[in-house]
Design a protein around this ligand. Sequence first.
Ligand code: HEM
Length: 220
Amino acid sequence: MPLGAFLVEHLWANASVLGGRVPYDRTVAELQRLPVLPLLELIGIFLPLGFHVIYGVVLAREPKQNLGSDGYARHWLQRAQRVTGLIALVFLLAHLWEFRVQKWLFSMAPTNFYDVMESHMSWTKWGVPWIAIGYLIGVGATVSYFANSLFQFGVSWGWVKSLRAQKRLVLASASVGAFLFVLGALTVMSMASGSSFGLGRSMTAPALTDCKGQGTAPAH
Ligand code: HEM
């Protein structure tokens, strides 16, 4: 539950980049100013994450559960859960290296997050933005994993029993996953390309204003 809440908050906060650099830097600064941030991160992110990874590996090594007559679809979902969980873990390790380790060990300042994200996401080799593609895959795997978990949680805790209720839960969980993916994908593509997709101010061509706040033509 804390990890799910973190994921939603994290993707939402990063999507502030769609409004441009100023709202993004403001969001980062507001988060950094939270008085109990290190404690919140420890209790809300790193301890649950450590537990989840270790317990997930233990569960993955156990023999498969007998899922009874509704087994086919749920077997498929459980298999998808393992594959997306593994991809999400690889993505997360690289992502933590990119930011958290740099912040802890190499004093990366939060005011640099924007520049680092922009330069990494727009980096290309042979014309292909590999890091941005890695992000799209990582975000896709993480939100699929999360949506799948919402469904499995509702069913295995006995909250939804009838087939009709389970179908509704599948739809609701998939919608949450799809919404989060669109949010994350727009963020990644915005950082890679500089476009805000009509959702905010363009980052590549900041509007020039004179002293009265009127727009002026760029000087050549
Ligand atoms: C749109 C894609 C994403 C962007 C732009 C992004 C950006 C960032 C940034 C800038 C930080 C550094 C924050 C800090 O150290 O204060 C960070 C940290 C982190 N990210 Fe992401 N992230 C994205 C997706 C994800 C996803 C999908 C996950 C989940 C697997 C994730 C998990 C984390 C974790 C656990 C941290 C360390 C905790 C924290 O600093 O808040 N991120 N991310």
